[in-house]
Design a protein around this ligand. Structure first.
Ligand SMILES: *Cc1c(COP(=O)(O)O)cnc(C)c1O
Length: 396
């Protein structure tokens, strides 16, 4: 019999009833060290006092207002995002997927209004992940995500990850509306795009007029030690999708854009009932106020350096289990020689939560508030998990 919850997820036999900072408490009282943070969502950990305060204060005032009216909490968060980024304007969504939908629509409408209605193609890269809607799965185009789901939304050109030189240049013709790329691939296995590549994409877009869209749903909001990952390269986008960390656990996403890129999105062209809901925006503003502080980002960078150094040591002491550490800031991946899923499982036995990714990688996406002691504890538990996997392999 089908479960009451549609069985589309491969769930671990774990359930939690409370959390605090980097820790989750299971229903049997066991404390787990959480290096997944809801897949880079709980940027400030669980039950951060400032977020609880922002949510409850807003809950006592007003929960929902239609976008038929002005929503001050939305305007405050949009103003702050505009002030701190390349963007001139922001549209709020409920998720990363919904942000992807708008990013694609915005790029196509831009060219339509410029009198080039055939300029609809969006260039994407293998290993990318942009969500699960019809547009987002067509954007990626992998068999794993698209098989069985009927005719796909047309207008995507798929290039290999790391495509450059003539392969890339030849793909950007006068049918291309935009290039869509994650500055650091998340689901694809924590694969950062080198700064030189982002700069190269920016130059190519400047030459051809194509819009540059970044998907910073996973790598944004302080995760890499800058507010947004592309800031390391200095190559700004025209359009950017964000979600995950911005809500700190409350569902919130957004599309940020320059005034020029957003020119086609006039009254009546797009909307969302819940998008920019006062509860979500009040929490998002509280998250941004903390994460955007230079001193907070300095701490993320310091802790990222410490974590990475410890992980290099872990890899060196388990050369049969791990191949390398990769990533940026506190968006870290352990490329494995053993099966990544075995390590995630062995982590559960050590009361440690990690997340598998493609390319046989174990993802470490801790709360940005993780402490030095928790980093040390995480490496101790990873070491024990690696030892357990090695023992299991020796028995097999
Ligand atoms: C998670 C993710 C998405 C989709 O976000 P949802 O909120 O799950 O819809 C899109 N892009 C990237 C890079 C992501 O990591």
């Amino acid at each position: 019999m089908i479960p009451s919850v549609l069985p589309t997820y491969n769930r671990a036999p774990l359930s939690f009833e409370s959390g605090e900072g980097s820790w989750l408490v299971a229903t049997d009282g066991t404390r787990y060290l959480d290096l997944g943070a809801g897949i880079a969502v709980n940027a400030l950990g669980h039950a951060h006092p400032a977020l609880v305060a922002a949510l409850t204060a807003q809950a006592n005032r007003i929960w929902h207002l239609s976008n038929l009216y002005h929503i001050p909490e939305q305007e405050a968060l949009a103003d702050a995002l505009v002030e701190k980024t390349f963007a001139d304007t922001v549209f709020f969504t409920n998720s990363g997927t919904e942000a992807c939908e708008l990013a694609v629509k915005m790029a196509r409408k831009y060219w339509y209004d410029k009198g080039q209605p055939d300029r609809v193609n969006i260039v994407t890269f293998s290993g990318a992940f942009h969500g699960r809607s019809s547009a987002a799965i067509a954007a990626v185009g992998s068999e794993k995500m698209t098989k069985g789901f009927g005719p796909l939304l047309p207008g995507f050109i798929h290039l290999p990850f790391g495509a450059h030189g003539s392969v890339l240049q030849n793909a950007i013709d006068d049918t291309v509306a935009a290039i869509l790329v994650e500055p650091v691939q998340g689901e694809g296995g924590i694969r950062p795009l080198p700064d030189a590549c982002l700069k190269g994409l920016r130059d190519l877009c400047d030459e051809t007029g194509a819009l540059l869209i970044y998907d910073e749903v996973q790598c944004g909001m302080g995760r890499t030690g800058k507010l947004f990952a592309h800031e390391w390269s200095g190559a700004a986008p025209d359009i950017m999708m964000i979600a995950k960390g911005i809500g700190g656990g409350f569902p919130l996403g957004a599309v940020l854009a320059t005034e020029a890129a957003a020119a086609g999105m006039t009254v009546g062209t797009h909307g969302s009932t819940y998008g920019g809901n006062p509860l979500a925006c009040a929490v998002g503003k509280a998250v941004l106020d903390i994460v955007a502080e230079p001193a907070f980002l300095d701490e993320v960078n310091r802790k990222a350096g410490l974590f990475r150094q410890r992980l290099e040591g872990l890899v060196a002491s388990h050369p049969d289990i791990f191949e390398e550490v990769r990533g940026a800031g506190l968006m870290l991946g352990l490329k494995c020689r053993a099966a990544n899923t075995d390590l995630v499982q062995a982590g559960y036995a050590q009361h440690l939560l990690t997340v598998p990714a493609a390319d046989n990688v174990v993802r470490l996406l801790p709360a940005l508030t993780i402490t030095d002691d928790e980093i040390a504890e995480a490496v101790t538990r990873l070491d024990a998990a690696a030892t357990a996997v090695a023992a299991k392999e020796a028995r097999a």
